[in-house]
Design a protein around this ligand. Structure first.
Ligand SMILES: Cc1cc2nc3c(=O)[nH]c(=O)nc-3n(C[C@H](O)[C@H](O)[C@H](O)COP(=O)(O)O)c2cc1C
Length: 179
């Protein structure tokens, strides 16, 4: 069965990444996508502690690595919800990416970034080279949400028309299986 994984890249208490990811989940569900909501704060991977180098594709020793591997393998596509920290993306997201290698290959991946004026586009740019090395298939469409913090009210992200216009083609591309 086709299942889109939404990875919440921010793990801070009070993070706005969670309500933004919930908004993306709602829109994905509404478009008929089955979603695996992967909150990195819940998954709580330690800093990479797998003894072998993922690229070598050796047996994984740690239970949390194997569980993460199975979960990513089961995804037919992935939406990364990425904050922008100091013009990069979050350490939690990098850690989660670094745990695996072949699991990412040929996986359609979209980025929904958010931040201040730039909408997290510098974080998205920083992700690109890593995702290219991991061999994912990048979607044509991505969403960048500027001034996102201003629109999180009582723990809910209140999307503007512009935000919806950013996200809709990303979801449409995944629904159409074009990525
Ligand atoms: C360590 C850190 C660095 C940040 N750097 C940037 C930045 O480079 N660009 C930006 O637009 N916002 C930056 N911000 C502001 C974030 O966009 C804002 O705090 C946002 O809520 C972070 O996402 P989160 O709440 O999901 O963690 C930074 C925030 C933190 C905590």
């Amino acid at each position: 069965m086709s299942r889109t994984m939404i990875i919440v890249g921010s793990v801070r208490p009070g993070r706005i990444g969670l309500p933004i990811a919930r908004w993306v989940q709602e829109r994905a569900n509404a478009a008929g996508l089955d979603v695996d909501f992967a909150d990195l704060a819940e998954i709580n991977l330690p800093f990479l502690d797998e003894p072998s180098v993922p690229e070598l594709n050796l047996p994984q020793e740690k239970n949390h690595t194997r569980a993460w591997s199975e979960r990513v393998k089961a995804a037919s596509a992935i939406i990364l919800i990425s904050p922008e920290y100091n013009h990069g993306y979050s350490p939690a997201l990098k850690n989660a990416l670094d745990y695996l290698f072949t699991e990412w290959q040929r996986k359609p991946v979209a980025i929904v970034s958010y931040g201040g004026l730039s909408g997290g586009t510098r974080a998205a740019s920083a992700l690109e080279s890593v995702l290219a090395f991991l061999g994912v298939i990048r979607t044509l469409e991505n969403a960048a949400i500027p001034h996102a913090g201003q629109r999180v009210i009582d723990g809910r992200f209140e999307a503007t028309e512009r935000d919806e216009k950013q996200l809709a083609p990303v979801i449409a591309e995944l629904v159409a299986g074009l990525a």
